[in-house]
Design a protein around this ligand. Structure first.
Ligand code: HEC
Ligand code: HEC
Ligand code: HEC
Ligand code: HEC
Ligand code: HEC
Ligand code: HEC
Ligand code: HEC
Ligand code: HEC
Length: 410
């Protein structure tokens, strides 16, 4: 009895002593780092925040940042143009933006602001009003008409409540910040875990890329890629370093793989526009000025896993869907234009039923058919796409006939 108590006391003491020895060693190593005062500062932030906001500290500790000696103040220090506040003996920034991340990740930031995730995303809702002339000029060189534009009519009609927590809940990925930078990196990375594994999860993109007007996440889960991913993701290495990501780490693609990743030595990009060839979100989809480069870049990704004839056939079939959808939308567009010419519709947007039908026709069903064709969602090309296109067009024709009949009677 005495012996076993003695042994456990002995082992306990030994463990405590060992912990002290390890701990005594650690600060010595840490303080030998270039930013010794920052390391100590992080200790202070963490010590207190472990009690106040424990989850933040746990997330941070598991991150690559902690492993690489990036500390709390590296991110939380106020930079030029940022408001600061006194905080428990430290001075920290009131708000953090993409600018804080870009200190160390300039390449990613510079790619990001060239994409439609930058200024175009915000301007799609609020128009150009919140941007400086320089910011507008910069964005317009990459996306003509995407920032130098008026505020969205539907948004105005729905009002500030809908805009702020609705539209901008997704479109704030490209918010202009007070410090002059644009957007936020934490839409795909988290504030304290900064994980590429998280960014590669389809659900991360699906936070915004979902619903009837951009059903990318639904299409993905229906596609063969999505089904295999969901079945096999446990065996994949989602945190493989981007510059070394191989098909052994991920043998099926997620959104990130096709649109961003550096699979098998390809160039990683934060410009999600780089690999696209059509403006699929538009009512009538024209080819982009970067059609050939965009298509070549995306096909290069497919070709890491598929053969050339297979990929070419896939693209040919998808392009047929784009063409056929364009024809259907154009018919509806002509119908709307002639009703306007005949004076049967008011000039105001969204005040007549047929305007909503037309909007649904291209914004929901036309887009869905095109997205389905390019990302492997047969049900979306057909039942959520073409079938609805036919139905809405029939309804529109019926309303148009009625409007004309009523007008003739008057
Ligand atoms: C002695 C405890 C303590 C220390 C040390 C401390 N904090 Fe805090 N911190 C708090 C508490 C408590 C809050 C909750 C809001 C408040 O009371 O200010 C907070 C809030 C915050 C917030 C949110 C502020 C806001 O405006 O919403 C940030 C960011 C933050 N701390 C970062 C840090 C960083 C970075 C450090 C180290 C440089 C640090 N804290 C050191 C206790 C502390
Ligand atoms: C990689 C950069 C980065 C590092 C490192 C970092 N933070 Fe943060 N932290 C952020 C960002 C970004 C936000 C969101 C701030 C905002 O929206 O203005 C944030 C927010 C916070 C908040 C407010 C959280 C809330 O939900 O209310 C606290 C508290 C905080 N950080 C504490 C810490 C502490 C303590 C450390 C170190 C252990 C730390 N942070 C390290 C980037 C970082
Ligand atoms: C003080 C410099 C610094 C700041 C500020 C900083 N980072 Fe980092 N970041 C690093 C370093 C260093 C690494 C590790 C690079 C490596 O492993 O080679 C890293 C790695 C990353 C990674 C890759 C993580 C992984 O799983 O491999 C992401 C994502 C990331 N940072 C995002 C951010 C975001 C988002 C912010 C702003 C909220 C930010 N960083 C702020 C220095 C910084
Ligand atoms: C659930 C997230 C989400 C909400 C809420 C949302 N959007 Fe979007 N929006 C997106 C995504 C994602 C795209 C990209 C679609 C694509 O390229 O297929 C997009 C595309 C657009 C586009 C077309 C692209 C462009 O630059 O012209 C416009 C315009 C737009 N949204 C306006 C709005 C307005 C106005 C609201 C509110 C009435 C709104 N959005 C609400 C996520 C959202
Ligand atoms: C916080 C919301 C949000 C998240 C998260 C998000 N996106 Fe987006 N994305 C948008 C919005 C909004 C647009 C439309 C911007 C516009 O054209 O006005 C968009 C547009 C795009 C486009 C079209 C770009 C173009 O040139 O037309 C692609 C591709 C894209 N996103 C891919 C992704 C991928 C891949 C992820 C995940 C790794 C992702 N997005 C995460 C909101 C988001
Ligand atoms: C197998 C590769 C692949 C996967 C996986 C994939 N996409 Fe795509 N995506 C494409 C292709 C190909 C296009 C059409 C490219 C073009 O325009 O030439 C496209 C188009 C898009 C567009 C349309 C941009 C526009 O012009 O309106 C968005 C947005 C988008 N994808 C987002 C996503 C999101 C979010 C996911 C995950 C839920 C995803 N993609 C998964 C290959 C993929
Ligand atoms: C649309 C989602 C999205 C946004 C927004 C985003 N990232 Fe990323 N980021 C990713 C994905 C996905 C990867 C992994 C790429 C891969 O699979 O090769 C990544 C990788 C990274 C890496 C590791 C790169 C490398 O080559 O090792 C860093 C650092 C990083 N991001 C920083 C940032 C910064 C800084 C911002 C803001 C300017 C940002 N990210 C915004 C999705 C995003
Ligand atoms: C990381 C590897 C990878 C990438 C990148 C990739 N795929 Fe796939 N794809 C697969 C795998 C694995 C399967 C399943 C093959 C099987 O059934 O064994 C698949 C299946 C398919 C299928 C068959 C669907 C079915 O119903 O049988 C099509 C079509 C397809 N991919 C097209 C593409 C296109 C187009 C691209 C590029 C835009 C692409 N893939 C990119 C790995 C990939």
């Amino acid at each position: 009895m005495f012996k076993s108590v003695f042994i456990s006391v002995f082992i306990g003491t030994a463990l405590i002593v060992a912990a002290f020895i390890i701990n005594a060693k650690r600060p010595a190593k840490e303080t030998a780092q270039p930013g010794a005062e920052f390391v100590r500062a992080t200790g202070k932030c963490a010590e207190c925040h472990r009690k106040e906001t424990s989850a933040v500290v746990h997330q941070f500790q598991r991150s690559r940042h902690a492993a690489k000696w990036v500390n709390c103040l590296d991110c939380h220090t106020a930079l030029e143009g940022q408001e600061s506040q006194e905080h428990r003996g430290f001075t920290i920034a009131k708000h953090l933006t993409a600018k804080n991340c870009s200190q160390c990740h300039a390449t990613e930031y510079n790619q990001f602001i060239k994409s439609r995730h930058g200024a175009p995303a915000w301007a799609a809702v609020t128009g150009k009003g919140d941007f400086t002339p320089e910011q507008i000029a910069f964005a317009e060189t990459y996306h003509r008409g995407a920032v130098d534009r008026a505020a969205n009519q539907l948004a105005i009609l729905e009002g500030p409540g809908a805009i702020n927590t609705g539209c901008l809940g997704c479109h704030d990925i490209g918010k202009p910040n007070e410090d002059g930078s644009i957007g936020t990196c934490t839409a795909c990375h988290a504030r304290h875990s900064a994980s590429i594994a998280l960014a590669r999860e389809p659900e991360t993109c699906g936070q915004c890329h979902m619903g009837p007007d951009h059903s990318q996440i639904e299409i993905y889960h229906e596609s063969k890629h999505g089904v295999i991913y969901n079945a096999q993701k446990r065996d994949m290495n989602l945190s493989a370093e981007p510059k070394k990501l191989s098909t052994a780490d991920m043998s099926v693609p997620t959104c990130a793989t096709c649109h961003m990743s550096g699979l098998e030595g390809l160039k990683v990009t934060h410009d999600t526009t780089e690999r696209l060839s059509y403006w699929l979100f538009a009512a009538v989809s024209e080819v982009r000025p970067t059609y050939q480069q965009g298509q070549d870049a995306m096909k290069e990704v497919c070709l890491k896993c598929h053969t050339q004839p297979y990929v070419d056939k896939f693209y040919q079939e998808a392009e047929v869907v784009v063409g056929a959808t364009n024809t259907k939308i154009k018919d509806a567009k002509v119908l709307m234009a002639s009703l306007r010419e005949e004076g049967l519709l008011t000039p105001q947007a969204f005040d007549e039923l047929i305007e909503f039908l037309y909007f649904d026709l291209w914004h929901y069903y036309g887009r869905t058919a095109k997205h389905g064709a390019f990302m492997g969602g047969a049900d979306f090309v057909q039942w959520h796409g073409n079938y609805e296109l036919l139905l809405k067009m029939t309804e529109m024709k019926e309303i148009a006939a009625q409007l004309r009949e009523n007008h003739a009677k008057r």
